[in-house]
Design a protein around this ligand. Structure first.
Ligand code: FES
Length: 340
């Protein structure tokens, strides 16, 4: 059984067991989204008429009052009748929506790159269109478990995906799969692209300075974003802070050095929170969000990009606002705990 959702002048068929978000994105109709797990509230929409089942929508993301006035989480809600809905967020930077797809991928590489960190390279069965900064979901073989990993790729790298994976103690996807047994040649189901962590379209990108702050493997999408921004404007001022606990957690230093050589206005700042930097290195001590406040007097006209653990992202938002960055220029991607 399927129902029809109408949004603006577009009609989308939604399966009975399919979230509205899944149906919209597969149809190539944009809907704001981030966590796809009911925790961020980005996909909230208004049901103007029609019936929905709110499924597992958490009460702290969608309150009883919000349900009363017709709001719903598109990533959790299923239609129970035809419906007319309106999204609350804007279009995806006014740009292109790449349809959500299911593909198979073959593991090309699964390599240690830092402490408890792997680089996974996946050759897709066919190219996948995405925006740099978006993420994909991997399905753990033999289970229904899905795990989300950001792409470190630029959009033209659409045949081999690069993911950075940190081992989670006891994790079904990391410790018990990717770090234990996943081999070159294995086949993995991949679903994507998802998320709204990407640059505005080139014709609406203001081209102003950018600061990107990543914690741990939060570096991955920032690599794709920074390279995309620099390919649009090779002289753009781009600061990339990578916050980690110790020097053994750093990776891709050569890649960053290469970018710095090609783009003199690009600066990479590795930051150690739990170790004193060794003499003669460019590593800095502290928290990247604090260092940004120390380094930059005013971020008016800048855009800011944050990816990592929630406390780091929240500290980054405060740091950017303190330096007068406009709230609409602040973009964030929080690590969300895996849900089974
Ligand atoms: S709550 Fe639906 S995308 Fe986050």
């Amino acid at each position: 059984m399927a129902y029809t959702a109408t949004v603006d002048d577009q009609q989308v068929s939604c399966g009975e067991d399919q979230s509205m978000l899944d149906a919209f994105l597969r149809a190539g109709v944009w809907m704001p989204n981030s966590c796809n797990q009911g925790t961020c509230g980005t996909c909230k929409l208004r049901v103007l008429n029609g019936a929905v089942d709110h499924g597992d929508s958490p009460a702290d993301t969608l309150t009883a009052e919000e349900r009363e006035v017709g709001l719903a989480l598109a990533c959790q809600a299923r239609l129970r009748s035809d419906a007319v809905v309106e999204t609350l967020g804007g279009a995806a930077g006014g740009g292109i929506t790449h349809p959500l797809r299911d593909l198979m991928a073959t593991v090309l590489g699964n390599d240690d790159i830092a402490r408890d960190t792997r680089r996974l390279r996946l050759a897709l069965s066919e190219p996948l269109a995405f925006h740099a900064g978006q993420y994909v979901e991997l399905t753990v073989p033999g289970t229904q478990l899905r795990r989300q990993y950001s792409l470190a790729n630029t959009a033209d790298e659409d045949e081999v995906l690069e993911l950075h994976v940190r081992s989670v103690s006891g994790g079904a996807a990391t410790e018990r799969w990717i770090f234990d047994g996943l081999a070159v040649g294995d086949q993995i189901p991949v679903t994507g692209p998802l998320g709204d962590f990407f640059l505005p379209p080139e014709d609406s990108d203001d081209g102003g300075p950018m600061v990107l702050i990543g914690g741990g493997t939060g570096l991955a999408p920032l690599i794709g974003l920074a390279r995309t921004a620099l390919s649009r404007d090779p002289g753009r001022r781009v600061l990339l802070y990578h916050g980690v606990r110790g020097v053994d957690d750093l990776y891709d230093l050569d890649r960053m050095a290469e970018l710095t050589t090609v783009h003199p206005a690009f600066t990479f700042i590795p930051v150690l929170s739990h170790e004193a930097p060794a003499q003669g290195t460019a590593h800095r001590a502290g928290l990247p969000t604090d260092l940004f406040v120390d380094d930059i007097d005013s971020a008016r006209g800048w855009s800011g990009w944050l990816c990592g653990p929630p406390p780091m992202v929240e500290a980054g938002v405060k740091a950017f606002k303190r330096r007068r960055m406009a709230p609409r220029m602040i973009h964030r991607e929080k690590f969300t705990p895996a849900t089974d």
